[in-house]
Design a protein around this ligand. Structure first.
Ligand SMILES: Cc1cc2nc3c(=O)[nH]c(=O)nc-3n(C[C@H](O)[C@H](O)[C@H](O)COP(=O)(O)OP(=O)(O)OC[C@H]3O[C@@H](n4cnc5c(N)ncnc54)[C@H](O)[C@@H]3O)c2cc1C
Length: 333
């Protein structure tokens, strides 16, 4: 049996200092992902630095009309927050599409962003995995790849990131607020997740001793937004593919669109090419499909996951069609 220490620092700076000074220390929040990894032997820390009690648990409106979400806001509380439900429905829907009510009651904002891949080889310590043990190889390549990446993967890792919330935050141009030994910094969600390249063991740009203290979301462009998740079961299953979308239309022309995908890449995937293809066009099915094709032109399927490309294409079309129909009915959220 491995011995393991546990500490509960009094404030965020103390938590950062302990992790900074202790090799083998990691932050613990709701524990819904990390504790599984302790049991599986995927994570082998010497010290758990519990941050779940720190007073970083409020949703505050900011002067510019956006919101700041403390890292310890639970997924269920964020999904149910009246301001989030009214102004950022894609975020509320993404959160509610994740896990189960019990898990969402424990899971935190920061922990959700930093949860690790569900790749079965990553979670099975008897198999080779470059993400878990750099340099050992990738068992998924040539293995079971139904859940793996079709965009942005590398020859070292084809895992996907499982967070639904992160997909919505990416589409909303959110920033992750981080406290390190030298103070606080903000990192756009778009820059937060790293492509796997030849260092897939690092999911994000976060340093080991940096604590996520919150997320800042700019004011919404339109409250007419949504999140659509396709999965093997109607609930309690990770995304095969997912789409976070908002779209504004004026005089029969798309004047704004923000689109991000989940379940297809090492992190949430911003569909910049699709967004560019939509702008200035009429909101028709063929335009939606061409936009999806523009993004998926660079997709590289593996043996087991080629189905994700037409599935994602159809999901993009269905999501944008839904938004346009709701706009046509005069719905605002
Ligand atoms: C059965 C099951 C089904 C699930 N289904 C879904 C799903 O469909 N969609 C989905 O999105 N998620 C799903 N999840 C994942 C769930 O959302 C995550 O487990 C949860 O969000 C993690 O949050 P936590 O607070 O429990 O993090 P923890 O488990 O405490 O931590 C997770 C990681 O984040 C790090 N960490 C935590 N807080 C901080 C911080 N403030 N700063 C820096 N590092 C930090 C920890 O060190 C650890 O590495 C599922 C989980 C389970 C067990």
């Amino acid at each position: 049996m491995r011995s393991l220490r546990y500490e509960r620092p009094a404030d965020p700076a103390a938590a950062v200092a302990v992790v900074h000074d202790t090799p083998g220390a990691v932050f613990l929040a709701g524990g819904t992902n990390l504790v599984d990894h302790l049991k599986l032997g995927v994570a082998t820390p010497d010290l758990l630095v519990d941050v779940s009690h720190l007073p970083l648990d409020t949703v505050e409106e900011t002067a510019d009309g956006g919101i700041r979400v403390g890292t310890n806001v639970r997924n269920s509380d964020l999904a149910a927050h009246p301001h989030v439900r009214s102004n950022y429905p894609m975020l509320s829907r993404a959160l509610l599409a994740g896990a189960s009510p019990q898990l969402r009651n424990l899971a935190t904002t920061g922990g959700n962003l930093l949860q690790r891949t569900r790749c079965s080889y990553f979670r099975d310590v008897t198999t080779a995995c470059n993400k878990r043990e750099p340099g050992t190889g990738c068992s998924a390549l040539g293995g079971y790849t139904r859940y793996h990446a079709v965009l942005g993967a590398s020859e070292h890792c084809v895992a996907t990131h499982p967070s639904d919330m992160a997909v919505a935050l990416l589409a909303l141009d959110a920033e992750v607020l981080v406290l390190g030994p030298d103070g606080e910094r903000a990192v756009a969600v778009e820059d937060f997740y790293r492509p796997p390249g030849d260092t897939p063991e690092r999911d994000t740009v976060l340093e080991r001793d940096e604590l996520v203290v919150g997320v800042r979301i700019p004011p919404p462009h339109t409250p007419l937004s949504t999140y659509r998740k396709v999965r093997d079961r109607a609930s309690y299953a990770f995304a095969l593919v997912s789409v976070a979308a908002e779209m504004t239309v004026a005089d029969g022309t798309i004047t704004g669109c923000r689109l991000a995908f989940g379940g297809v890449a090492h992190g949430p995937w911003r569909a910049h090419r699709a967004e560019a293809a939509l702008l200035g066009q009429p909101p028709t099915e063929s335009v939606f499909a061409s936009a999806a094709d523009a993004e998926l032109a660079e997709a590289t399927p593996l043996d087991g996951n080629a189905y994700k490309i037409p599935l994602l294409r159809r999901t993009v079309v269905a999501t944008l069609r839904e938004l346009d129909e709701r706009r046509g009915r005069g719905e605002s959220a």
